[in-house]
Write a protein that binds this ligand. Sequence first.
Ligand SMILES: *[C@@H]1O[C@H](CO)[C@@H](O)[C@H](O)[C@H]1NC(C)=O
Ligand SMILES: *[C@@H]1O[C@H](CO)[C@@H](O)[C@H](O)[C@H]1NC(C)=O
Ligand SMILES: *[C@@H]1O[C@H](CO)[C@@H](O)[C@H](O)[C@H]1NC(C)=O
Ligand SMILES: *[C@@H]1O[C@H](CO)[C@@H](O)[C@H](O)[C@H]1NC(C)=O
Ligand SMILES: *[C@@H]1O[C@H](CO)[C@@H](O)[C@H](O)[C@H]1NC(C)=O
Length: 248
Amino acid sequence: MNLVVCATAMVVLVCFASANAQTSSPTPAPAPAPDYVNLTALLSVAGPFHTFLNYLQSTKVIDTFQNQANNTEKGITLFVPKDEGFSSLKKPTSLSNLTQDQLKSLCLFHALPHYYSLSDFKNLSQNPIPTFAGGAYALNFTDNSGTVRIDSGWTRTKVISAVHATDPVAIYETDKVLLPEAIFGTDIPPTPAPAPAPEIAPSADTPAGSARESDSSSPTSAPSSSTRMILDLAILISAIVGGVLFFW
Ligand SMILES: *[C@@H]1O[C@H](CO)[C@@H](O)[C@H](O)[C@H]1NC(C)=O
Ligand SMILES: *[C@@H]1O[C@H](CO)[C@@H](O)[C@H](O)[C@H]1NC(C)=O
Ligand SMILES: *[C@@H]1O[C@H](CO)[C@@H](O)[C@H](O)[C@H]1NC(C)=O
Ligand SMILES: *[C@@H]1O[C@H](CO)[C@@H](O)[C@H](O)[C@H]1NC(C)=O
Ligand SMILES: *[C@@H]1O[C@H](CO)[C@@H](O)[C@H](O)[C@H]1NC(C)=O
């Protein structure tokens, strides 16, 4: 019975497809599209990643990345900051004074010359990983129960979402620009805001007393965690009220 339905559906589909093919072109059905990921196209529709894409294009780094995506077995992993990440950069780390070469290195710093799925980052947790910009430009990764955290010294951020993750191309969204010590130096200023009220549940991966816990570009981790607590409380209360009403 299912087979009959299936077969009928297939016949209809095939007829439809061939009718379509006949009207558009008489050549046989085209071979499946080659494995080509257009990085420019992907980055122009997602995000918004316009600022990063503009830098990739003005430095021609986009060609390096596209070439890696097109022509290598290893593939590529890209970390793309959203536009807000660039607009929120402040004085000591603004990009306006960088030379063209430094901008190029900064762009290359946002990619690894290898495809990594999110779960692969568990393996990368120990060592600094060299980026496309070379050995002096390395990133540290930690996997915190599924959340991939990225540390460049100047920037502590995490993967927010996967824009694309099919071998050989992985594109992960971050909310901050990755700033290399090789450009901005190792003299990283401590966070301006004093340490806020103790956290309720300190996560295991953040060593106590780390000055860079919330990095300089966004000192907002305390408000957001207390907001989250209030939210949790509200959810708890409404759950209790809901439960009481249910048993009324
Ligand atoms: C890739 O996408 C961009 C933007 O959509 C487009 O201009 C370009 O022609 C595409 N490249 C290829 C090779 O299809
Ligand atoms: C990547 O492949 C596409 C499609 O084959 C091609 O149009 C494009 O020029 C290639 N780009 C690079 C940098 O290799
Ligand atoms: C950029 O360069 C100008 C002039 O050399 C200097 O006054 C300014 O402080 C620099 N800005 C940054 C962010 O380094
Ligand atoms: C990560 O480790 C697992 C098991 O330890 C292994 O199967 C997997 O291939 C590793 N991935 C990478 C990218 O090395
Ligand atoms: C990266 O990890 C290495 C080894 O654990 C450590 O020595 C280094 O300070 C870390 N770098 C940053 C920027 O966290």
